[in-house]
Design a protein around this ligand. Structure first.
Ligand code: FES
Length: 278
């Protein structure tokens, strides 16, 4: 039986509310299918606008087989491209991040504009049409300071997600934020383990006491479970919405994304660029 059928059979016979079977976390063929069916097909959160503070700022990411570069162009737009030179496929940008006036391939110096157009290719044959050899674009959307890309040839319509989450994000003005500190965590486990851990806060009290100083671990906080009958959540949402902040829990009909405004614990303190705010 091939991995695709095997995976489908296990999903269909799955006991709801329990972990997936072992091969979902360990089998290399399952992992390839994950990449093909999810990571190379769906919209992915990649980073924040403020990581690309000025024209020429770029960051690079690797998604399975695909190297991608995100760059802010002269007009301030953030574009994503396959980080693969149209000449012979060299990586155009070789570092995790940087700033460049133009994107210059290190192999034979083909030179691309920040919007992906090929500007310069030396010693090419007469009739060579530069306009046909720009960097190949990757679908890219920036919403409320968050950047998403999609590697699919025909990405799902991003507009419904933008319509839902943008009103929640815009009041925070994250596009005007500055990066103060960065750290990298490499999780040595299948991505689904990381995601499953992220979806519950059952582990928070025992493992993240610092988080629990500000973030309530009650399941109602995320809006998914019982928030509509939690008087504290209802009062929080009402207070925020009276101040003009969309807050109530909303979820896409297919369950792909959701939005809510979660409260901080009562005596939490938040900090902004200009100081401390209670
Ligand atoms: S591979 Fe990029 S210029 Fe040749």
């Amino acid at each position: 039986m091939d991995a695709r059928n095997d995976m489908l059979r296990l999903l269909q016979s799955r006991k709801q509310g329990y972990s997936l079977e072992q091969p979902f976390y360990t089998d290399p063929d399952y992992f390839k299918l994950d990449m093909e069916l999810i990571w190379h097909r769906d919209w992915l959160f990649i980073g924040h606008d403020c990581e690309l503070p000025k024209p020429g700022s770029y960051i690079t990411v690797q998604i399975g087989d695909y190297p991608v570069v995100l760059v802010r162009d002269q007009k301030g737009r953030i574009n994503a491209f396959h980080n693969s030179c149209r000449h012979r496929g060299s990586r155009v940008c070789n570092t995790d991040k940087g700033t460049a006036a133009k994107l210059v391939c290190p192999y034979h110096q083909w030179t691309y504009e920040l919007d992906g157009r090929l500007l310069f290719a030396r010693q090419m044959a007469e009739g060579f049409d530069k306009s046909q050899f720009g960097l190949k674009p990757v679908a890219c959307e920036s919403v409320g300071g968050y950047i998403f890309i999609c590697l699919a040839k025909e990405p799902a319509d991003f507009a419904p997600m933008r319509a839902m989450i943008e009103p929640y994000l815009l009041p925070h003005r994250l596009s005007e934020a500055k990066v103060a500190f960065e750290s990298t965590i490499v999780e040595k486990g299948n991505w689904k383990l990381v995601w499953e851990n992220n979806r519950e806060c059952y582990h928070c009290a025992g493992n993240h006491p610092e988080l629990c100083k500000t973030f309530p671990e009650a399941p109602t906080v995320t809006g998914v479970q019982g928030a509509d009958s939690d008087p504290e959540m209802l009062a929080h949402w009402a207070k925020c919405e009276a101040a003009g902040l969309p807050s109530r829990f909303r979820i896409d009909p297919a369950g792909q994304y959701r939005a809510t405004r979660a409260p901080l614990l009562r005596d939490a303190v938040s900090y902004t660029m200009s100081g401390k705010r209670a």
